[in-house]
Design a protein around this ligand. Sequence first.
Ligand SMILES: Nc1ncnc2c1ncn2[C@@H]1O[C@H](COP(=O)(O)OP(=O)(O)OP(=O)(O)O)[C@@H](O)[C@H]1O
Length: 250
Amino acid sequence: MNNRITFENVTLSYDRRPAIHHLSGVFQPASKTAIVGPNGAGKSTLLKALMRQRLGVEGKIDFGGLRPQDFGYLPQLAEIERSFPVTVADVVAMGAWRKTGAFRSLGADLSAKAAAAIDAVGLTGFEARQIASLSGGQMQRTLFARLILQDAPVILLDEPFTAIDEATTADLLAIIEGWHREGRMVMAVLHDIDQVRAAFPETLLVARRMIGWGPTAEVLTEANLRLARSTTTAWMANAGPCEPARGRAA
Ligand SMILES: Nc1ncnc2c1ncn2[C@@H]1O[C@H](COP(=O)(O)OP(=O)(O)OP(=O)(O)O)[C@@H](O)[C@H]1O
């Protein structure tokens, strides 16, 4: 077990159509990596592969001993179904399901941790609110509280700040920085290049293939960003089926 995630010439596909090709590199323990690229570049697909969701996988992903339950995942806000009659406290409690089992009540210790998580995201007093009645920013704070309670060593965030205002973004960036200081591995799909430069030491730049992976200043050059923009368009025009090995990441 080395808690390092290594990609060796990985191609990820849906129904034999590659979404992202020939990715090689390493997510180091305690790294904080921004995943950047244009729309359709394969960023969410990459997070899904890390979550071991069903995809065609060619090449090898070595999880370094990390188990599926070691990963906390924040999906895009738009993918969250909010019409369920559940409260903020219910959603946060789901973060402890790994420890309690689904729909079980939290013991005293986890209840205290859930209250602390809700406090950390600034939602004390909102515990009984239905999630359908929350603003986008309040919903995102709720989902961050769930991640805090989940306490996973690896945290994957898919566009955590899309449609989120500056104040909430600043608060959530501080929580991410706290996870980084605690030695967790964080990967976040982001579109704001200035934000990435300011807050993420490592960047993986993709456009249907890997453009760069390493220290942010070395990866986010004007030339690489130009290449990313033009490559995606070209690959989409020529996209066709290929024959990746079917199966799941190792
Ligand atoms: N479930 C799916 N079935 C088939 N194709 C898919 C599926 N999900 C994504 N794709 C395709 O895979 C490619 C990469 O999509 P992905 O969602 O990973 O991109 P992205 O970089 O996250 O984009 P965005 O910035 O727009 O969220 C796209 O061409 C997309 O249409």
